[in-house]
Unconditional design. Structure first.
Length: 480
């Protein structure tokens, strides 16, 4: 290739002239406008995907074509190639604490419910009667020994067995009640209280899928002496933007200081020093494999486990010190520092965010259209946490990460503004190159690139791909 000629890396890692990418995008624009082509191998109408991502480590360039955030065809393919293939978060086991407790949930557009059986086991079922399909659980939550379909009164116990059929004699000899129990998705598994499902019977086991994200889930769960619980209640809201923009925003340390300026001004007005925020995001960024990624930063605003801040009040200082001493005794100084002093935003691919900061927000979001998503967020807390410290945690959940708090309205406005900006003509690419020329830090965009590389791998039918920045010689060190 001639010196100075631009290039990008395509889906099989080949180096190709940038003019080829331009040609691909011209084709893609035509296709996205209605010119669909026939896939000779599958016989399916598909959107041309080549060229949607420019990944050029040598030149330090990573760009995503904005049609990925606006195309209905791409959203349909995401459902087929991502949400139908991956492990997806459903719930935390503590949400059904007692035998018979159940809750319903939509996962990737599918109605499910989970229930703790009389035997103590948590199960996930399709929320549909095996008779004629009516919803079994019509309430958001409840407790029941028997779950009865309102349509024809077929009845199931809380372990999913069919135990009652009106006028069962009306069915012939081939009717087998044992075969007509409630059905579960193809794969269901639990990692340290977090329950996932997959609609893909051939998906790899959950522990393997979680890859490096396991270590960060462990850092969250190990904070509790008696285990974690999900606090009852949730924040539910919609955002007029593509779902992938909330992935980007949740991992993006670069926006914090300018976008959340009002929050830091408020904290300063309370007499809290915020100067440390200016250097808090200097920790290394990490791609964790399989599209998972984490952004870590110094917990300068304090952490209920276990870094005291004046924001928590003097009355919590002694209790936080006791918690820290317990962690040091159990885990040692080094691991305690990671649990107590470092905050993190963790992506479990594709759409679970765990924000372990001044509270622990568990956030999930689902695309409705290319320009609309629905978001639900819960608060995770140690079983043993009570009183003022729990109240402070919940206050942080509402006043910073809640839909009416300091942070979330800023973030919603920012990503809705991006979505509105995509209607502009003549600007086709989003730039995510920050930090490619050096060892990336939390204010860089390695985390975002990790997500997009895996997204591109799934969309191209390649499965798992390497999501880290390729090693580039003579990288510049991170500025001290």
């Amino acid at each position: 290739m001639a010196t100075g000629q631009s290039c990008y890396r395509d889906e099989v890692g080949l180096r190709v002239n940038l003019s080829v990418a331009v040609q691909c995008m011209r084709q893609a624009r035509g296709i996205l406008a209605g010119e669909i082509y026939e896939d000779e191998n599958r016989g399916l109408n598909m959107v041309e995907l080549k060229g949607l991502v420019i990944d050029n480590p040598k030149e330090g360039i990573f760009r995503v074509h904005r049609s990925a955030m606006t195309s209905s065809e791409i959203l349909q393919m995401e459902q087929e190639r991502i949400f139908n293939k991956c492990w997806l978060y459903v719930c935390h086991e503590s949400e059904v604490e007692n035998p018979g407790d159940y809750r319903r949930r939509n996962v990737a557009g599918r109605p499910l419910f989970f229930v703790r059986g009389s035997d103590g086991k948590v199960r996930v079922f399709w929320n549909t009667c095996t008779h004629r399909g009516a919803l079994i659980c019509r309430r958001e939550a409840g407790n029941a020994e028997v779950l009865q379909c309102f349509y024809h009164a077929w009845s199931f116990n809380n372990r999913g067995d069919l135990i009652g059929v009106p006028d069962e004699a009306g069915y012939g000899a081939g009717f087998n009640r044992a075969e007509m129990g409630l059905k579960s998705p193809p794969r269901v598994d639990n990692y340290r209280g977090f329950i996932f499902v997959s609609f893909n019977p051939d998906v790899e086991d959950l522990v393997t899928y979680l890859a490096g994200a396991r270590d960060y889930i462990d850092l969250v769960v190990d904070q509790a002496e008696e285990g974690m619980r999900m606090i009852s209640g949730s924040n539910r809201y919609s955002i007029k933007a593509n779902w992938k923009l909330l992935v980007e925003n949740s991992l993006d340390g670069y926006h914090v200081k300018p976008t959340h300026k009002t929050y830091f001004e408020y904290v300063t007005s309370l007499g809290i020093k915020t100067g440390a925020v200016q250097t808090a995001f200097g920790r290394p960024a990490r791609a964790l494999g399989n599209g998972h990624a984490v952004e870590e930063h110094e917990g300068v605003r304090g952490r209920p486990i276990a870094r005291w801040s004046p924001l928590f009040g003097e009355e919590t200082k002694e209790e936080i010190a006791r918690i820290r001493a317990r962690l040091v005794e159990k885990f040692g100084e080094q691991r305690t520092r990671l649990m107590a002093d470092v905050s993190r935003n963790l992506l479990v691919y594709p759409n679970l965010i765990i924000i372990d900061s001044i509270d622990i927000t568990v956030r999930i979001f689902w695309p409705i259209t290319p320009e609309l998503m629905e978001v639900t967020a819960w608060q995770l807390a140690p079983q043993e946490e009570k009183g003022e410290l729990l109240a402070r945690r919940l206050d942080n959940f509402l006043t910073f990460h809640g839909p009416g708090g300091f942070a979330t309205p800023d973030d919603v406005e920012a990503i809705e503004s991006c979505q509105a900006g995509y209607k502009a003509e003549g600007v086709e690419w989003s730039e995510l190159s920050r930090g490619m020329h050096r060892e990336a830090i939390a204010e860089d965009e390695l985390q975002l690139r990790a997500f997009w590389r895996q997204w591109y791998g799934y969309m191209l039918g390649l499965g798992k791909v390497d999501t880290k920045d390729p090693l580039v010689r003579e990288r510049q060190p991170v500025a001290s």
